[in-house]
Design a protein around this ligand. Structure first.
Ligand code: XBP
Ligand code: MG
Length: 249
């Protein structure tokens, strides 16, 4: 019997990268008078690096941006990222980014079945709270026994740290849990923490390598919006707790 579902956030609970984080980054660059701008395509390339601060640093290093004293750059990145986080939270408060198909139903099913819920994400904790509050209401934050996010661990995905942290906080073994992810980096992080993983890919990750995942879908799906199976098998139009347990058995 599965004891807990551990959810990634960006790209899994909601499609936040293209129209959420990227927009918030670009607004921060404008606010700081920088002539930087991330197109949807450029952002897709930059997503190979997890973590907003790390992604800005990678951009500066790889896109021939003026080389500032290390210290200055770190300080600039910290301020830029703080501004970006404010922009992202404000964006979610203005118009919620909807949860992906099937997420709200599966969360409800899991709670009805006594399966604990947790989050293991690279994004900043305020972003998780803002997304859950805007999409499910403030009470939904309490649905999750553990929310592991951002800099709470030393290394970000694909390192397993955030999943190991969440498992410790849950007091559970990886074998009692299932991870839900959307990207190669996420798959590796969950795998290296000993977790089976269900992948729901998205426009930015559809070509990622998901070999070794328990199941790869284009979405969790619902009766009115069935999921398409990309790897492994699913004897149903959409993923339910029952089908998950059958697959893992
Ligand atoms: C995805 C990430 C995050 C976000 C931006 O997180 O890599 O860095 O892109 O958020 P997830 P921050 O593990 O949920 O897929 O700017 O707050 O880092
Ligand atoms: Mg993700």
């Amino acid at each position: 019997m599965l004891k807990a579902f551990i959810f990634d956030v960006d790209g899994t609970l909601a499609d936040t990268e293209r129209h959420g984080h990227r927009v918030a980054f670009n607004q921060a660059f404008r606010d700081f008078g920088l002539d930087w701008s991330w197109s949807e395509e450029t952002y897709g390339e930059l997503l190979e690096v997890t973590g907003g601060k790390e992604r800005i640093a990678h951009y500066v290093k790889t896109r021939g941006k003026p080389e500032r004293e290390r210290a200055d750059l770190d300080a600039l990145i910290a301020r830029l990222h703080a501004g970006k986080t404010e922009n992202y939270v404000a964006l979610l408060e203005r118009n919620a980014i909807p949860l992906r198909s099937g997420v709200q139903r599966l969360l409800r099913e899991a709670r009805e079945r006594g399966i604990r819920l947790a989050i293991a994400t690279t994004t900043t904790p305020q972003n998780v709270t803002a997304l859950l509050t805007s999409a499910l209401g403030e009470d939904s934050i309490g649905w999750f026994d553990v929310i592991g996010a951002g800099d709470i661990v030393p290394r970000k995905k694909p390192a397993p740290d955030i999943y190991q942290y969440v498992l410790r906080q849950l007091g559970l073994d990886a074998g009692d849990c299932l991870a839900f992810e959307d990207s190669f980096n996420g798959k590796i992080a969950a795998r290296d923490a000993g977790l089976e993983t269900v992948i729901t890919c998205n426009g930015y990750t559809v070509n990622d390598d998901f070999s070794g995942a328990a199941l790869v879908l284009d979405r969790l799906g619902d009766a009115d919006r069935p999921s398409r199976v990309l790897q492994q098998k699913l004897q149903q139009d959409y993923l339910t707790v029952d089908t998950i347990e059958r697959i893992l058995q």
